[in-house]
Design a binder for this molecule. Structure first.
Ligand code: NAD
Length: 477
């Protein structure tokens, strides 16, 4: 939703792009080529439901084809419109470049309230939408590979993959036409949690740099940090769960569509999610903490870390000045408008930008795509060989200890962990962790290395635009 006096989401992304490009040495022609969205396909299709024909409007935008396939999720929401899909497609271009996944940027959306339809109806609608995109190669393993986004998940991706396979019966790489599928339909372990897990890894990396932490007027690590999360869907749920269960952080408020739950003693995220599963996604009625009906006001609550993980434009000119969090990590795409970003920066708030913070999803989608193209699960060839080699080492240490009378005993827990070879989930998490660390360091180098770059967002844009520009130049543009 565009608020009065604010640029649209796409204009906001453009303004952020331009702010970065002013600090770069690009020819105006190349700058324009990178900025613009290459194409947006709009489709209106009918599906016979409940005895009458319902017409739906869907979009697939391709922002940049400097690398192919292009990649980006499909969103189901009533608010979907062309401007939003184009903004999200542009962010995908920059995100893929920043985390070095070899894709161009794309995004799709269907104007629908997914809660208004039952599962069978949603399947019919999804298959029909997929049919329209597949026949135009807007879903294709080598050209355009969607993934889940707001309102879609594994189930929809499995329908899309099946629809593609039905229409391309001899394509041996059919499964690679979409990512975010359930493991039994060609998916990969760790994809569902990937974006939230990436937010956790991003924060862990941030807290490894005390100078950066000090810039956010914080100190120490994640332990004990007070967190406010907006949106307990796929991204927000996993981020909040991992940070509270594994890093000792305390989630003191969760903001959802029907208000917020606030509990200074820390919210049990799994329990709240379970409650929401029984109330069609409402937080009201949760027996712990207090319910605040005006959820948006809780964004302004005093806390250490604010994680907007719901949708774009929630921090805007109207509330930015009242936001107290010194550190904001954009788990959602575009939660801070361009104007709000300026206000927050002037106030000294530190923002970890969306194109980095939520890149865990596309990173693990990349692993899934590679798995589908190689037709083999990660770790299948190496796991037992790795375990056998570790066993050799343990046995040799135990032999030496006994032969030389050294009396060493290796702790059973250590032996168990050392002897367990990496399965697919462990490899996926390792690859994601490495990606999040490396990408943070590339942004950080620009942020600290240049006196004219004041924030991580501008640094992230500079790193990505530079990479996209290099690809275009090597193509002769
Ligand atoms: P989701 O549909 O699973 O969850 C969104 C949650 O936000 C829901 O629980 C919904 O009730 C809540 N919500 C919606 N509007 C709200 C509002 N106004 N106030 C409070 N809560 C609200 O979606 P998701 O996949 O978790 O995506 C969330 C954001 O993360 C989006 O911006 C999306 O583009 C971005 N993202 C998602 C992925 C992914 O892998 N799913 C990857 C990268 C970025």
């Amino acid at each position: 939703m565009q608020r009065q006096g604010e640029p649209s989401f796409r204009e906001s992304v453009d303004l952020m792009f331009r702010r970065a490009v002013r600090l770069m040495d690009l020819s105006p022609g190349l700058e324009e080529k990178i900025r613009v969205c290459n194409s947006t396909y709009t489709v209106r299709f009918g599906v016979r439901l409940r005895g009458k024909i319902e017409t739906f409007t869907g979009y697939r935008s391709v922002h940049s084809e400097h690398m192919e396939p292009v990649k980006g999720g499909i969103r189901y929401a009533l608010s979907v419109h062309q401007d939003e899909v184009e903004a999200l497609a542009a962010l995908m271009t920059y995100k893929c470049a920043l985390v070095e996944t070899p894709f161009g940027g794309s995004k799709g959306g269907l104007c629908i309230d997914p809660r208004a339809w039952d599962e069978h109806e949603l399947e019919q609608i999804t298959r029909r939408f997929a049919y329209e995109l597949i026949k135009r190669d807007l879903i294709h393993p080598a050209q355009n590979v969607p993934a889940p986004d707001m309102g879609t998940g594994e189930r929809e991706m499995a329908w899309i993959a099946d629809q593609y396979a039905r229409m391309n019966t001899t394509d041996i790489n059919a499964k690679a036409c979409v990512t975010g599928k359930p493991p039994h339909a060609g998916g990969i372990q760790g994809r569902v949690e990937a974006t939230g897990r990436g937010v956790q890894y991003a924060l862990r990396e941030f807290f490894r740099h005390p100078e950066d932490v000090a810039q956010a007027k914080l100190s120490g690590g994640l332990e004990g940090k007070r967190i406010v999360v907006q949106g307990l869907g796929n991204v927000g749920f996993h981020a909040a769960k991992f940070l509270s269960e594994e890093d000792g952080a305390k989630v003191i408020a969760v903001i959802e569509r029907d208000g917020a739950i606030v509990d200074e003693t820390g919210i049990d995220i799994a329990a709240l999610r379970q409650h929401m599963d029984g109330t069609k996604g409402l937080v009201a009625g949760y027996p712990h903490g207090r319910h605040v009906a005006d959820g948006a006001s809780v964004l302004e609550m005093d806390c250490d870390i604010l994680i907007p993980a719901a949708m774009e434009g929630v921090i805007h000119l109207g509330n930015a000045a009242r936001i107290k969090a010194p550190l904001i990590i954009e788990a959602a795409n575009g939660p801070i408008t361009f104007g709000a970003d300026e206000i927050l920066r002037q106030k000294g708030a530190l923002i970890i930008p969306d194109m980095y913070a939520n890149a865990g999803g596309v990173t693990v989608s990349y692993f899934e795509w590679v798995k589908n193209l190689s037709h083999i699960r990660f770790g299948r060839m190496q796991r037992r060989a790795e375990e056998a080699r570790s066993r050799l080492l343990i046995e040799e240490l135990e032999r030496l200890s006994s032969d030389k009378g050294l009396g060493w005993t290796l702790a059973e827990d250590f032996k168990d962990r050392f002897l367990t070879g990496s399965d697919e989930l462990a490899l996926v998490r390792s690859g994601l962790d490495d990606t999040m660390r490396t990408a943070y360091q590339s942004m950080r180098e620009v942020w600290h290395g240049r006196s004219d770059v004041e924030d991580l967002r501008t640094a992230a844009y500079i790193v990505s635009i530079d990479r996209v520009a290099k690809t275009y130049r090597s193509k002769g543009l």
